[in-house]
Write a protein that binds this ligand. Structure first.
Ligand code: 8ID
Ligand code: ZN
Length: 349
């Protein structure tokens, strides 16, 4: 039985805090499904949304969250390929027009009409969440819903970013922000892809964690006297990593990466620090023939592939679980940069 009311965390005004309260359960439209969210990861994007960091307004009031794993409990009359009882994931791209030139070429994140879970439509910090059937992630029944939740944004995004970097097995990737949510998953995907990993983050807890996740080197940005030369020195020939995956929430590393990336290498910007700019010296960028690009979540195929890595047991990343009611506490820890790995919220608590 689907209840008429449910628990949710609601952003009532930009700047927060989020309010834990009962709200109505929505009914799915013809092309939508209703997912009983069991667990949701907490992404730094959710905190950007609460704080109104970005040049894109959120809906208000807003239910945040976009790493929701659960069970399909209702569907609209046009939905044929998702069954009641299926395990499904609600991800950042909640829906897209499926008809524009970007959607036609499976660049759905670039669709101008894309609906964003926990940003322009209500997301997964509630017990029952709506998503377009075409875009819900299919989760195999053997996958643990709690552990797979972070894959639904962090995993998909870093998997896509690694592919966009063009890095190949045996080459070296630097992951900047390696101890955070996206970073910890990036370490696991990079390891599964046969890459040598230089983890960059701050503090001993993240050093230990990234080592366990597969990094061969750690550069502590809070300790390093010369980060650029320390990163280069972590590669066997001293020429720097073939790719840099930027998942930090700070402007500085976005201005350093071009200096240590290897000639012919690629810098992939994924993190979205408020008001930040990428910066690179023209002379070195030209004579090193480097590439600097952005990468934004992933399409439906990337999502299925990222989930398949998880299903095969290749992605084991650390997370801590708490109740949905404790979301404000998670945001405080996140703001302080104190979370190693990901927090997952249990919507039943
Ligand atoms: O599609 C996308 N492009 C996408 C998808 C999902 C998330 C982008 N994001 C964005 C988020 O909005 C956020 O801006 O990626 C960023 C990282 O999200 P997250 O992994 O959820 O954040 P986190 O868990 O707080 O991790 C950030 C890590 O960066 C480290 C912190 O210590 C933390 O471990 N860090 C910082 I802040 N400054 C650093 C520095 N100078 C740094 N690490 C290295 N060098
Ligand atoms: Zn996210």
């Amino acid at each position: 039985q689907i209840p008429t009311e449910q628990w949710a965390q609601v952003v009532e005004k930009t700047g927060g805090p989020v309010v834990y309260k009962k709200i109505p359960v929505a009914k799915p439209g013809p092309d939508e499904v209703l997912v009983n969210i069991k667990y949701s990861g907490v992404c730094h994007t959710d905190l950007h949304a609460v704080n109104g960091d970005w040049p894109l307004a959120t809906k208000l009031p807003l239910v945040g969250g976009h790493e929701g794993a659960g069970v399909v409990v209702a569907r609209g009359e046009l939905v044929k390929d998702v069954q009641i009882g299926d395990h499904a994931g609600v991800k950042w791209i909640n829906g897209s027009c499926l008809n524009c030139s970007f959607c036609q070429q499976s660049d759905e994140p670039l669709c101008a009409e894309a609906l964003l879970s926990g940003y322009t439509v209500d997301g997964t910090f509630q017990q029952y969440c709506i998503a377009k059937a075409a875009h819900v992630a299919r989760i195999p029944k053997e996958c643990n819903l709690e552990a797979i939740a972070p894959v639904l944004c962090a995993g998909i995004t870093v998997y896509k970013g690694l592919k966009e970097s063009g890095v190949r097995p045996g080459q070296t990737v630097a992951i900047v922000g390696a101890g955070g949510g996206l970073g910890s998953l990036a370490c696991q995907y990079a390891k599964a892809m046969g890459l040598d990993i230089i983890a960059i983050d701050g503090g001993e807890e993240k050093r230990e964690m990234t080592k366990k996740l597969g990094a061969s080197h750690y550069v502590d940005f809070t300790q390093s006297k010369n980060l650029v030369s320390d990163v280069k020195a972590a590669t066997s020939d001293g020429l720097g990593p073939h790719a840099v995956i930027l998942v930090a929430v700070n402007e500085k590393p976005f201005q350093q990466a071009a200096e240590y990336v290897r000639p012919r290498g690629t810098v992939v910007a994924i993190g979205l620090p408020a008001g930040a700019y990428l910066r690179a010296p023209v002379f070195e960028s030209v004579i090193k023939m480097i590439t600097i690009k952005g990468s934004y979540v992933g399409n439906r195929r990337d999502s299925a592939e990222a989930i398949e890595f998880f299903r095969r047991g290749l992605i084991v990343a650390p997370y801590k679980t708490c109740g949905l009611s404790e979301l404000n506490k998670v945001y405080e820890l996140m703001h302080e940069g104190k979370i190693a790995g990901r927090y997952v919220v249990d919507t039943s608590k």
